[in-house]
Design a protein around this ligand. Sequence first.
Ligand code: HPA
Length: 246
Amino acid sequence: MSDLAIIGGTGLTKLDSLHIVRREVVHTPYGEPSGPVTHGYLFDQAVSFIPRHGPRHTIPPHQVNYRANLWALQHIGISRVLAVAAVGGISKNMQPARLVIPDQIIDYTWSRDHTFFEGRVEHVTHVDFSEPYCDDLRRAIIKACIAADVDYVDNGTYGATQGPRLESIAEINRMERDGCDLVGMTGMPEAGLARELNLCYATCAVVANWAAGRSDGGISMDELARNLERGMQQVGSVLEAFMTSN
Ligand code: HPA
């Protein structure tokens, strides 16, 4: 078994190229993960996979059991987590269908179970989150983007919103003033929980649409789906390059 897991987001509920060996149901002290963890081979390299929104894409962002997903992955021996996530583009260079490897994050979510350190803890514990993503894994994804010759941006600040609705223009304007380049609904608490478990975690974001107010008219769900499909094809090429060089 590998130490690497992929968390698939919207548009990636299964890995088409994954040669599946086994499905593992993991029960956790935090409840049930989004689905069984699938173990297999991707381009001849061992990897595990879990679909964030469930195998049939039925779990909305605010109801994902992030704690159970990450706890389950660590429990089965995973130490590196490559998260794939759909996002909206705020900054000018965050064009639809482009891939982005964010290096910072701002949390706007609320009322999600966001920590493992709760209840009667032995010591009050804080974790360093200055650099929220694992730099080694970020670099490896960027290297794979270069090898796969895809359209990508190698940094950016991800703003995590509560969802499931998309944002208002005023909310996106505020996020831009805060320094957000991207907006998505699943980046937190996932990244924070991964850090609490000492997992090496990085995200490959797929820009599905211009965020609210960043294009003429509203956000078209058809266009979003088309961009996501194009972006996910690129993710497929990146994963191939990643798996064959890591
Ligand atoms: N906002 C939040 N999450 C998203 C978006 C968006 O515009 N697009 C894809 N995920």
